[in-house]
Design a protein around this ligand. Structure first.
Ligand SMILES: Cc1cc2nc3c(=O)[nH]c(=O)nc-3n(C[C@H](O)[C@H](O)[C@H](O)COP(=O)(O)OP(=O)(O)OC[C@H]3O[C@@H](n4cnc5c(N)ncnc54)[C@H](O)[C@@H]3O)c2cc1C
Ligand SMILES: NC(=O)c1ccc[n+]([C@@H]2O[C@H](COP(=O)([O-])OP(=O)(O)OC[C@H]3O[C@@H](n4cnc5c(N)ncnc54)[C@H](OP(=O)(O)O)[C@@H]3O)[C@@H](O)[C@H]2O)c1
Ligand SMILES: *[C@@H]1O[C@H](CO)[C@@H](O)[C@H](O)[C@H]1NC(C)=O
Ligand SMILES: *[C@@H]1O[C@H](CO)[C@@H](O)[C@H](O)[C@H]1NC(C)=O
Ligand SMILES: *[C@@H]1O[C@H](CO)[C@@H](O)[C@H](O)[C@H]1NC(C)=O
Length: 483
């Protein structure tokens, strides 16, 4: 069977159990026009224990692979793990996208692995927080998709479940699914490593210099007591890697003139939406929210009854913004900071000045990044640049979109790297990840075949043309294509 848009969609159409048990078509080889894996796939690493990683764990385990799942957080749940602990301040100006989530932390050169270090006091606390990456959700967040399409098909929500679900209910549901499959943090499952961040994925070569798979550099950080923690680095080899690390790890902050000086002068007053938790710190204040998509609109609604005034800087369109916020155009520049933030001014694109702001929230979105794959990042390639002569072909350029992934799943140059939930135009990520898991297991088991590499690149070029080039819209295959 060749995998095409249509076949993936055939998977979507087929009942999950049927898709697992009765491959639609299972030739012993893919024929001369199909891609043959360079090495057999038996050992599979899965990165991330959100809905996507958990579903892949189930699928790969049931298909007989030797699976290991790595998660930087201390429990499964992914994006739905709410904590009062917040992510660290976003870099202003933006860090290079390859390190915008984290800069890979590697053991000192030349040390024998496994290698350990112990940390004390503030250093220990900071390390634990950065290592696990607190998630970008707030106390009152509810889902924006109806419950019936935000579910694992195996465990449907009971009839009568509210359509809008509070985040903690989704979080518990995700952990219930994990428990059901023995992949919760209290299952003592030897195929799981929590508190373990994937720092680096490198191509591995055999004794003859032939490509043979992947080596992961892993860092596990555990708390020893309230004051100290321990980091341990080690490596592990795999034949293929499922990357289910989510899309909302790296904040995006627009490079507005003058902003860096404000960030330096008023560090506690500038926050990214991923750090927002609750309205209390903003009571009675004047808040400027930059961006008015889902995060910007919902944070405005959450703050609205508690603050003095909300200015919302809108660029293109707005969603769910309350009617009594003061909408303002894009910000042209931040004037040189005065001694207080309230006394400092912001100039809008239409020339108007605003002063008296107490706090700023950047609801300006996220960037795609895979810090553990620096070899496939190249931020000197701009959105309009062609990359066909680059070696290796980049996956991430400026972070607004992803390249070189067929159907946003298989890395065309080396399809033993598989990506989960990277398309934003497909059905909800819970459902979408189930079909991706089926596609990945079939191809890596040799039961379904990708078209040849040249055909994949041809289709990729066609997609670039059809979508009028790269940009944030590029990861939007959209509903017509998924019919
Ligand atoms: C504010 C907000 C609201 C949302 N609301 C909805 C909604 O209403 N409905 C909906 O369907 N979706 C919503 N989403 C999207 C949400 O991301 C998906 O529902 C879902 O969580 C995606 O699952 P995932 O497994 O692909 O990624 P995630 O849930 O993000 O999980 C990724 C996991 O990978 C781990 N990880 C990352 N890097 C590493 C590493 N280097 N090493 C080890 N582990 C790593 C992370 O710790 C995380 O646990 C929302 C997202 C945000 C930010
Ligand atoms: N309840 C929920 O379920 C819920 C709540 C929040 C978020 N989410 C999800 O989380 C994901 C991220 O959402 P998000 O809202 O954080 O990010 P987002 O969708 O990427 O939106 C960021 C917004 O910031 C705007 N922006 C960027 N730079 C700007 C500038 N200089 N001035 C003014 N505006 C600027 C962008 O405008 P342009 O479009 O012009 O670039 C865009 O509208 C989405 O998938 C969303 O659906 C869900
Ligand atoms: C906006 O209206 C809400 C009621 O809908 C009110 O609670 C809030 O104080 C108002 N906010 C502002 C900034 O005027
Ligand atoms: C600029 O925008 C602000 C906020 O929308 C508005 O109050 C002001 O009148 C505008 N100024 C001009 C010159 O259009
Ligand atoms: C990144 O791309 C640029 C432009 O194509 C190229 O010159 C450069 O060598 C690339 N860098 C890396 C590290 O591959």
């Amino acid at each position: 069977m060749y995998l095409t848009h249509r076949v993936i969609l055939a998977f979507i159409a087929v009942d999950q159990a049927t898709a697992i048990q009765t491959p639609i078509f299972a030739p012993s080889s893919g024929g001369s026009n199909s891609y043959n894996l360079k090495w057999p796939v038996k050992k599979v690493a899965i990165i991330g224990a959100g809905p996507g990683g958990l579903l892949n764990y189930r699928e790969f385990t049931q298909a007989g692979f030797d699976v290991h799942l790595f998660e930087r957080d201390y429990i499964p749940t992914g994006n739905w793990h709410y904590t009062e602990e917040t992510p660290v301040d976003a870099a202003i100006p933006n860090d290079d996208v390859s390190i915008a989530d984290f800069a890979p932390s590697l053991p000192p050169e030349g040390v024998r692995l496994p290698y350990e270090e112990v940390y004390q006091g503030k250093e220990s606390k900071d390390l634990l927080r950065k290592h696990r990456g607190p998630k970008p959700i707030w106390a009152t967040l509810h889902s924006n998709a109806p419950a019936p399409i935000q579910q694992f098909t195996e465990i449907p929500w009971p009839k009568g479940t509210d359509w809008e679900l509070p985040h903690d209910k989704i979080g518990r549901y995700v952990r219930a699914f994990a428990s059901y499959h023995g992949i919760n943090s209290n299952d003592e499952n030897p195929h799981l490593s929590f508190n373990t961040r994937v720092e680096l994925i490198e191509k591995r070569y055999d004794d003859y210099g032939e490509e043979a798979g992947w080596t992961l550099t892993l860092k596990k950080v555990v708390k020893i007591d309230e004051r100290s923690s321990k980091a341990r680095w080690y490596t592990q080899d795999f034949d293929a890697v499922v990357i289910a690390t989510g899309r909302y790890n790296a904040p995006n902050v627009p490079n507005i003139p003058g902003l860096a000086a404000w960030a330096e002068r008023f560090p506690g007053s500038l926050r990214h939406s991923r750090q927002y938790r609750r309205p209390e710190p903003y009571v009675g204040k004047n808040v400027l929210i930059i961006g008015a998509a889902n995060s910007g609109g919902e944070i405005a609604r959450d703050l609205n009854p508690h603050v003095n005034r909300i200015y919302q800087s809108v660029r293109t369109f707005l969603r769910r913004v309350p009617s009594n916020v003061t909408l303002v155009p894009e910000i042209k520049r931040f004037l040189p900071p005065a001694s207080t933030i309230e006394g400092s001014g912001v100039e809008l694109n239409n020339g108007t000045l605003i002063t008296g702001i107490d706090s700023i929230i950047f609801a300006t979105g996220f960037r795609y990044t895979f810090p553990f794959l620096p070899q496939y990042h190249n931020s000197s390639i701009t959105t309009s640049d062609d990359d066909s002569s680059a070696h290796p072909r980049p996956i991430v350029t400026d972070g607004t979109h992803l390249r070189s992934l067929w159907l946003d799943i298989f890395y065309i140059e080396e399809p033993t790297l598989g990506f989960v939930n990277m398309n934003i135009g497909t059905p909800q990520s819970f459902t979408y990840a189930e079909y991706i898991a089926v596609a990945l297991t079939k191809v890596w088991a040799g039961k379904a075949f990708l078209p040849s590499t040249s055909e994949l690149w041809r289709q990729q070029r066609e997609r670039v043309e059809e979508l009028c080039g790269y940009g944030p819209h590029f990861q939007f295959i959209g509903s017509e294509k998924t019919e």
